[in-house]
Design a protein around this ligand. Sequence first.
Ligand code: ZN
Length: 299
Amino acid sequence: MTSDNLCVLCGTELRVAIEAPPTTYAAPGAYGVSECPACGLGHTSPAPSEAALRDLYAQDYGYGAHDLIAPEKRWRSAQILSRVVGASDHSILDIGCMQGFLLDAAKARGIARRQGIELSPGPAEEARRKGHDVFGGTVEEFARDRGDAPGFDVIVAQHVLEHVVDLASFVATTRQLLAPGGKLCLCVPNFSSKLRRALPRSWSWYQVPAHVYHFTLPSLTRLLEKVGLHIDQSFENGGDSLFLLMTGVNTLSSKAPGQMRKAPSMALRLGVRPVSRVLRSYFHLGDDELMVVASEQKH
Ligand SMILES: [Zn+2]
């Protein structure tokens, strides 16, 4: 038995969860998902190589589709901020800020000090054009560059953690960036969602191999506890309208599960904008997204 088949969080032997999940990012069946029977963490299997991930992001990992639902992205960000931001919070860091949807919402709330981090140059530039301060690089590079600058009252990372290869480094660095008493808010796809269990071959947030890990509340709790953070609040949210349409297309598609799905992206482009306003209310109904708010462990 190699370490490839052991849970990165708790060392338990993994078992196959799904062999050929639908994905837009790989050939049919190239990657599956294994899960840890102890903590529930899903692992993309085989683990994608650094080179494979680099190619994927260089080629076709655009955020273009998210532009189609920009008003919905800002609305979701405002919902999230309303749960996290308190009267005494004056600074915010958005890791993986894309085109600045959450920073727009933070500005509208009157949060004085706002910072974004975005690896993808195009979206970062777009956020800067709107007047946001955006660092282009990883969270580790950002932390190194800023030295002893003051930490942030609130740090948000929406749909970032599942893309991260070195989970321990990411959460440890993020913790260092919190101001005393600061809050870390993570949003990730919920690997134990009801819809995933009901439609395991259609659920559209596997996105292997771009999503390296697949979280449940117990696995997220364990990861954060490793760096001395504990979860104060947790929520379950429905997926966005892109997620819903993609799941619908996967269900109706006659293709074998796991086939590369380029055609649906065209259907999504045509269909998503008009229905985004209606489908956004699924935010309050579904449980496909796990949202946690964590802070330093009290002794
Ligand atoms: Zn585990």
